[in-house]
Design a protein around this ligand. Structure first.
Ligand code: GLV
Ligand code: MN
Ligand code: MN
Ligand code: MN
Length: 424
């Protein structure tokens, strides 16, 4: 193993934490229990403000910023040899509507911390290292998530989501065009492997978002892969009517059909092993008035499983299950996201394991229940992730917390891994 002791020692716990707290002020709000939440949707003024802060920190140590046609942001440190593919490290800067201070943003800040540590230790790498902040990982404003990484990887054409609208009816394509206009002072770069070469490797640091590391008293998760996810949008259309006069037997009530549909889906998704994840969490009713029968209901389905066969079989049964359950409404089911389970490359998982061991940290191998941009890098290059503990496993919640020490340990492992990968 090549050791990068100087760079590892140069990782600054205080600097990384101060940066996270500065970024957390952008879009800050207080959760119901007073926890410091973040609401920073992609392609908004808040998103751009956070990006400017990051770009400034990067430029201060000589990193070159650039933006691709999806708005993915890159900060590049050159290597010693010309023409080599870069090692990519990063995550996302957008948040859930009621998110916390660490999901995504820590992976970007940790990559900067690791690169800054290499810089301050005077350690050059053969290969360039590029810090990346992917556009719209969360899918909270525009569904689905991971648009930036999917387009970069050629998984979907860049224009695939132009017509997707947010809660205010703004189209993704228009928001992106405006965003690129406002960042037109930054150099444009080609879109990932669609227009350019593949990276040499990709590493994403992320909070665990689950309880395993904390429960076991460990510092580092060596992420072995990510379970599969499928998102659906279900639209039920009936007819509005007067709640006091319309006989129930004559109604086409979209809420009642939604209840039937979800009840049938719960049966379809039953799993005694408790591995399967099935979530309905966004429901829109129109006209949304207590004394008018609901004419339309739109609800989302988030379905995940580590086994591809289960993901395909049960996911494919969703449409028919809903149609068999509803009585009076017209049904439309649209699949909006389909990511198969992936396994990470031993080149990266072994490097993470070696770095954790060399630094005397407690680590274990574990899969990811959350999806991440890393999922779409797997076909392009050796890919892996580093997890750090999340207090009580809480995430997608203002109470999300990892300590400065835990995050610094993660950044030190990332610094070692980046050094190793960029030296190879
Ligand atoms: C991404 O935030 C996910 O839902 O896993
Ligand atoms: Mn995330
Ligand atoms: Mn998230
Ligand atoms: Mn995520």
């Amino acid at each position: 193993t090549v050791v990068a002791p100087n760079a590892v020692a140069a990782v600054s716990e205080a600097r990384q934490w101060d940066r996270l707290m500065a970024l957390a002020r952008i879009g800050a709000f207080a959760g119901a229990d007073g926890s410091p939440g973040v609401n920073r949707p992609c392609l908004t003024p808040l998103d751009r403000e956070a990006r400017r802060l990051l770009i400034g920190w990067g430029q201060a140590i000589g990193l070159a910023a650039s933006v691709d046609p999806l708005g993915n942001l890159f900060l590049r440190r050159e290597g010693t040899e010309r023409g080599l593919a870069p090692v990519l490290a990063g995550s996302h800067m957008d948040s859930q509507p009621a998110g916390g201070r660490f999901d995504g943003i820590w992976g970007v800040v940790a990559a900067l911390e690791a690169v800054q540590a290499l810089h301050e230790a005077g350690q050059r790498t053969r290969r360039p290292i590029e810090i990346v902040a992917w556009t719209n990982e969360e899918g909270g404003r525009f569904a689905p998530g991971c648009m930036g990484s999917m387009a970069y990887a050629g998984f979907k054409p860049a224009g695939s989501w132009d017509a997707v609208t947010d809660g205010d009816g703004i189209r993704f394509g228009d928001a992106l065009r405006e965003h690129l206009r406002l960042e037109a002072d930054l150099p444009r770069r080609p879109l990932g492997v669609v227009e350019g070469p593949a990276p040499h490797a990709y590493v994403e640091a992320h909070i665990e978002q689950g309880p395993v590391l904390e429960r076991e008293g460990l510092d580092i998760g060596i992420v072995t892969g990510i379970q599969g996810s499928r998102w659906f949008l279900v639209e039920l259309t009936g007819e509005s009517a007067h709640a006091g006069t319309a006989p129930v037997s004559l109604r086409r009530d979209a809420v009642q059909d939604m209840v039937r549909a979800i009840t049938a889906l719960n049966a379809l998704m039953e799993d005694p092993t408790d591995v399967l994840r099935f979530t309905v969490a966004r429901i829109e009713v129109a006209p949304n008035s207590s004394n008018s029968v609901a004419e339309t209901v739109r609800f989302t389905i988030d379905f995940r499983h580590p086994d591809k066969a289960v993901l395909l079989q049960r996911g494919d049964a969703i449409d028919a299950t809903i149609r068999a359950a509803v009585r009076n409404c017209d049904v439309t089911v649209t699949e909006r996201f389909h990511a198969l389970p992936v396994e990470f490359a031993p080149e990266v998982t072994e490097a993470v394991a070696r770095a954790a061991a060399a630094q005397g940290l407690g680590a274990r191998r574990m899969p990811s229940g959350a999806f991440h941009d890393a999922q779409f890098m797997v076909p392009l290059c050796p890919t892996g992730m580093i997890f750090v503990p999340s207090r009580r496993g809480i995430s997608h919640n203002p109470a999300e917390y990892s300590s400065p020490e835990q995050l610094a340990r993660g950044a030190r492992v990332l610094a070692q891994v980046l050094w190793e990968l960029a030296s190879g």
